[in-house]
Design a protein around this ligand. Structure first.
Ligand SMILES: [Zn+2]
Length: 238
């Protein structure tokens, strides 16, 4: 057996483990992202409610100012009416006061409607804020457990990476470079068993000129002609 074969298989096994712990790390990152996204949505709902409340308050205040101005005018009309001695002018002023009163009544009812809406918008902000607080409290436990699981996954990843790098350091440099390049570019594994003189990754036959070398070394470092996988012979149980 070629001395590099067990080393290569060892690196490959450690890479397999490393990719498993990496997947675990990714899962936890997705879990954290989902918690963050839920909070972000709740924050956006508050911001949206706040904008609507600000707009409603501005409409209410504008109505109120207009109403106040009209009330002032009506007061002046009444004052003039009290002073007026000419019956014809007084009758006209009286008609004006009556007309203004019905307009004012309508304006007051509009103002109450707008003021009610502003109150409801403020309540919506309070509700949205409560929802965010509830969600934050609800997430506390999940986040706490997540911190622990993240720390475990991170430690597992660091250990797997260190073990992998140590194993890879035992390979001759050119072979290590080649392995790493193949590992980065292939979807399947770098070392693939040859069965019945065929690559088990792409099912291309190994040329007869190379079979002798495969049998002698248990490994064909040049790799499969078709897919580039490094081929090896698995130990056949006696
Ligand atoms: Zn192949």
């Amino acid at each position: 057996m070629h001395p590099d074969l067990p080393k290569l298989l060892d690196v490959q096994g450690k890479d397999r483990h490393l990719s498993e712990v990496s997947a675990r790390r990714d899962e936890l990152a997705a879990e954290r992202a989902a918690l963050d996204a839920a909070l972000e949505t709740a924050r956006q709902q508050i911001a949206q409610a706040e904008r609507a409340a600000t707009d409603a308050a501005a409409r209410r205040d504008a109505r109120e100012a207009k109403l106040e101005a009209q009330r002032g005018l009506q007061e002046k009309r009444r004052a003039r009416l009290e002073q007026e001695r000419n019956p014809r002018v007084a009758a006209q002023l009286m008609a004006d006061v009556e007309m203004a009163r019905s307009i004012l009544a309508q304006e007051e009812s509009d103002w109450m409607r707008v003021a009610e809406e502003a109150t409801q918008r403020e309540q919506a902000v309070a509700l949205a804020t409560e929802r965010l607080e509830a969600l934050t409290a609800e997430q506390a436990e999940a986040r706490e457990s997540l911190v622990g699981r993240e720390a475990e996954a991170e430690a597992a990843w660091s250990a797997a990476k260190a073990a992998r790098d140590e194993a890879a350091a035992g390979l001759p440099k050119p072979l290590r470079t080649r392995y790493d390049r193949l590992h980065g570019s292939r979807h399947s594994e770098v070392l693939v068993p040859a069965v019945n003189a065929t690559c088990t990754a792409c099912y291309t036959s190994i040329p007869s000129s190379r079979i002798g070398q495969l049998q002698a070394d248990s490994i064909l470092l040049e790799g499969c002609e078709m897919c580039g996988a490094i081929l090896y012979l698995e130990e056949v149980p006696a």
